[in-house]
Ligand binder design. Structure first.
Ligand code: PLP
Length: 384
């Protein structure tokens, strides 16, 4: 068709229905499919957990957008994570980034540890530490930008080190999306998404996706997708597919708004620190430019005041809704230490208690700034 992202995102998996001419793929709810004789299926469809036309359309769309040969859909981002961990055996070691998503850490550390899989957290910006941690490890799990501190990890460099030591490279690209970064082109073996976030884009669906170019990994993942059964409903697949159609313009607008918000916060008195990969003096500026089309739409910051002030601040915004999750059209605000990252409290992955995370949406930037400004006043955060 084309390899231009915006066109692919609109058209892939959306061929008009040959029977009806419908421009939008049907939500095919059937749990089972008629066989013309024993084992004689139509186009391979047999049973809804194993395969489904709406799910297949979504899987082909994520494969196209990631430059992969296989896309595999799951009931949530963590179900996708769980299925990647099925690739490991008792005695294997997994290396993750030291501010990995709290739920990923919880699954690895609290569940898979019981099955003999050890997980080590490392600052993946330090390639010597990566090489040391990877000796004898089976898999490395990159998240970039990291959540919530927005460190940027050099996928090519880490994947090279991993290949030398025989480890698989997995990238959780939920924050970047294929519009900003294409991990498989940078040497990753698997790319994973919480489709709940930017890919769905409207806070109305929970889903997970994996894409790969590796036939053997794809076959094993497909086996477990069916065997373990954490599959998304056809309606959920349809919602994510619809979200993908506007991914490019939502990301453009969100990133533009995030730049306005981050630069405003950086200048605002009463703010101690702002994290955003797009700052011109960001220590990884060259990497950000090389690896990301735009610097992303998540911004985190710390007030000069204490944690209590941060709690008042997140409760005082009106357009930024106080809620977990990110990546939708509406702006969200949260306190990671007490919300999304509660599961890593008092571990090596704990985050600063007063850190505030913004998921910047696609509203008018001026309205977002006005909302933050009134929250400073409402929360009683003193001018410095
Ligand atoms: N990966 C990242 C980076 C996330 O932020 C999340 C959820 O917040 C997940 C994975 C898990 O996704 P889900 O909530 O769809 O299970």
């Amino acid at each position: 068709m084309t390899d231009r992202f915006e066109t692919l995102a609109v058209h892939v998996g959306a061929d008009p229905d040959p029977a009806t001419g419908a421009v939008v793929p049907a939500i095919q709810m059937s749990a089972t499919f008629k066989q013309d004789g024993v084992g004689q299926t139509r186009d391979g469809f047999e049973y809804g957990r194993t395969d489904n036309p709406t799910r297949r359309a979504l899987e082909s769309a994520i494969a196209a957008l990631e430059g992969a040969t296989h896309g595999i859909a799951y009931a949530s981002g963590l179900a996708a994570t769980q299925n990647v961990l099925y690739l490991l055996e008792p005695g294997d070691r997994l290396v993750v980034s030291d501010d990995v998503y709290g739920g990923t850490w919880r699954l690895a550390d609290k569940v898979w540890r019981r099955y003999g899989i050890q997980t080590d957290a490392v600052d993946l910006r330090d390639l010597d530490a990566v090489a040391a941690a990877l000796a004898g490890a089976r898999m490395i799990w990159i998240e970039t930008p990291t959540n919530p501190l927005l460190k940027v990890i050099d996928i090519s460099a880490v994947a090279r080190v991993a290949a030398t030591s025989g480890a698989l490279t997995v990238v959780d690209s939920t924050f970047a999306t294929p519009y900003l970064t294409r991990p498989l082109e940078l040497g990753a073996d698997l790319v994973l998404h919480s489709a709940t976030k930017y890919l769905g884009g409207h806070s109305d669906v929970i889903g997970g996706l994996i894409a790969t170019r590796n036939e053997e990994l794809a076959a094993t993942l497909r086996f477990h997708q069916n065997a373990a059964g954490a599959v998304p409903s056809p309606f959920d697949c349809w919602l994510v597919l619809r979200g993908l159609r506007t991914l490019a313009i939502r990301m453009e607008r969100g990133c533009t708004n995030a730049a306005v918000v981050a630069n405003w916060l950086e200048r605002r008195s009463g703010v101690a620190r702002v994290h955003w990969p797009g700052f011109s003096d960001h220590p990884q500026r060259d990497l950000v430019k090389r690896q990301m089309r735009l610097p992303g739409a998540i911004v985190s910051f710390e007030l000069a005041a204490d944690e209590a002030a941060a709690r008042r601040f997140v409760a005082a915004t009106r357009l930024f809704t106080l809620a977990e999750s990110l990546g939708a059209v509406e702006s969200l605000i949260e306190l990671p230490a007490a919300m999304t990252h509660l599961s890593v409290a008092e571990s090596a992955l704990s985050v600063p208690p007063g850190l505030i995370r913004l998921s910047v949406g696609i509203e008018a930037a001026d309205d977002l700034i006005s909302d933050l400004e009134q929250a400073f006043a409402a929360a009683g955060v003193a001018e410095a």
